[in-house]
Design a protein around this ligand. Sequence first.
Ligand code: HEM
Length: 461
Amino acid sequence: MAGATGAELDDMQGLLRSAFRTLPDACFAMYTLGEAAGGRRFLSRIAGRVTSAAARDVPVATQVALSATGLRAIGLPDAVVGGFSLEFQAGIAAPQRSRFLGDNLGRWTWGMPGGPRVDVLVCTYARTSEELHAEVAKVDAAAAEGGGSDAKRLETRTLSPTEPFGFLDGISDPFVPELASRAQVANPPAAQPVPLGEFVLGYRDIYGLLTQRPVLPHSVDPANLLPTVPPGTDQGNPEGGADLGRNGSYLVLRTLGQDTAGFDRYVREQASASGLDAELLAAKMVGRWRSGASLVMSPDRDRPYLADANDFGYHVDDPRGLRCPIGAHVRRANPRDSLDPSPGSAQSLAVTDRHRIMRRGRKFTDADGTAGLHFVALNANLGRQFEFVQHTWLNNPKFGDLYDDVDPLVGPRGERSVFTVPDQPLRRRFADLPDFVTTLGGAYLFLPGLRALHYLCEGLW
Ligand code: HEM
């Protein structure tokens, strides 16, 4: 099972390795399950269709994830669900989680308490919309046959390289050698590698530990469907057992509506009032030009040939944010080498690397004209990775040396909502930032390994 790197790619879902960019059409369908046996029947009808991380060049890809309510709905005992992380068990819309994330559930159109329960997410990707719809129809039929009903369907826009504000997206993701694409193997990024266990459960994380996950007694896995944890190999499970978490990951799904006209208007108005070029102001907010070129590498104008250049730090070339503002979206989302206690050092990079996420989202335009991103992030520790990035970096008014700023794209707006652009001789401050991005729904899901998915279908516990 294990490849040369020790990573069991054939037991992981493909999203861990790729955003399926060769499959431009996608649909994220969520279901509420009926009774437990029907729910498991639904899963077993689609389990064989799930694309593994070992598969290459597939015409259609299917990925399956379950929420904590979904795991309970298929009959998994509370004691086993209790082995998953607390954030996952509570769900993204639990009061303490949404307070922490700065979410206003009053704006949500799916995933909120009182709305249809999101038990299962099936993400389908295809080369054409015909192939997509044919595949989704099979999933729908399997769901109906198992007594499931539609909770929400997120259609996505045919894949294009830019997000709705018009900036190149999908550039910077953590480099995990075991999950490297063919292009990365041929031309490895200069970035320091991040351990596999930061994204995939059952492998060593950045602390050298195996992240918390449900490990069951062998007695409830009589057919040995699950990977084995040998006794004495895992500090959290000294007696070993059957690993329900291994090769799985936590998936965060959030629908982020984007006010594209409002963004352009604000940038235009503020630019003309301040004398700053509008494109430069927009780039300062993101930290990259629309082409993707980083402001650290190209501070004065867009240089599209630097579009996907990602080998840069902040400390040496731009410690005060004169090129890329301290509060720019990408600098908050991944401060690279700029954090205390010793900016510019390997230690600083190591601190940042405790809080990385893999992004796998797709953009959308709804029939009513709402555009945005169905943001997807993968990580092994929701609290230390996704939630930390959102709460402690993006939403934090005191990030870096700032005091009442917000992330100019996604930070929740307060009374003043300021964005500071360091400049000489004086910094510029842009106030009263409108809500360019509104969270419209979300869920925490478990993306199981393939053997774990088969185990869940069997109901042997
Ligand atoms: C609609 C909302 C959002 C928009 C328009 C947006 C846009 C962008 C853009 C244009 C980039 C630069 C391109 C790239 O590196 O791929 C980027 C990078 C990034 N974003 Fe966002 N983003 C949004 C929401 C979020 C959220 C909610 C998070 C995390 C909770 C996030 C985390 C990141 C990270 C980690 C990076 C990579 C930074 C780096 O490594 O340099 N983004 N985003």
